[in-house]
Design a protein around this ligand. Structure first.
Ligand code: DC
Length: 194
């Protein structure tokens, strides 16, 4: 069975949590595509060369989840040649037999427009920054400024900007609990599997 769930949305909206829950529930493979860009950004040097040479071991680094790695990822992700180098791996993952969930910024719009289910998971910048701050601590106003900076870059870039796919189900987790968001996402998957 070929079945893709594409989940897009800004940082800290809950994409990863929803993606992992769907993968576990339906037995699909899961790919956090942000990790690819984080690994490219963390390698430093020539980002295009780093993307072309990206290897599984690069995704195992312990420092990829930091705020700095997120900002570096967002910067290299605006380079079209970096994005191009990562397309085939993501497309093959999306259409692997047995079903796949991918979360990122351009999965439903560019990587897999034929995805059976497309979700756009979002929340207000304040809510997302608060969640991030609970994880990383420090100055909440600075975390909010970084969230806004990353949103602006990811939504404003020329190549594959973050936006909802035309037919995406939008889940705004500002008010919705994560359990309710997972339940709504699971219903959308079940409706297409039937
Ligand atoms: O989802 P994340 O926070 O780990 O993503 C880090 C950055 O990588 C994000 O700010 C933009 C970029 N990214 C992207 O451009 N396209 C994707 N499919 C996933 C992430």
């Amino acid at each position: 069975m070929i079945f893709t769930v594409a989940i897009d949305g800004p940082a800290a909206a809950g994409k990863g949590t929803i993606g992992r829950a769907l993968a576990a529930r339906f037995g699909f493979a899961h790919l956090d595509t942000g990790l690819l860009y984080r690994a490219v950004g963390a390698k430093g040097g020539d980002a295009v060369a780093a993307a072309r040479a990206l290897a599984p071991a690069d995704l195992q680094r312990g420092d990829l989840r930091s705020q700095e790695a997120g900002q570096a990822a967002s910067r290299v992700a605006a380079i079209p040649e970096v994005r191009a180098a990562l397309v085939t791996f993501q497309r093959n993952f999306a259409r692997r037999p047995g079903g796949a969930v991918l979360d990122g910024r351009d999965i439903g719009t560019v990587i897999c427009p034929e995805a059976e289910v497309k979700l756009y998971v979002t929340a207000s910048a304040e809510v997302r920054a608060h969640r991030r701050w609970l994880e990383v601590g420090g100055d909440e106003a600075k975390v909010l400024a970084e969230v806004r900076e990353r949103d602006a870059r990811d939504m404003g870039r020329a190549d594959a900007p973050l936006k909802p796919a035309a037919e995406a189900l939008v889940l705004d987790t500002s008010e919705l609990s994560i359990e309710a968001a997972i339940a709504a996402a699971a219903l959308a998957v079940e409706a297409r599997l039937d």
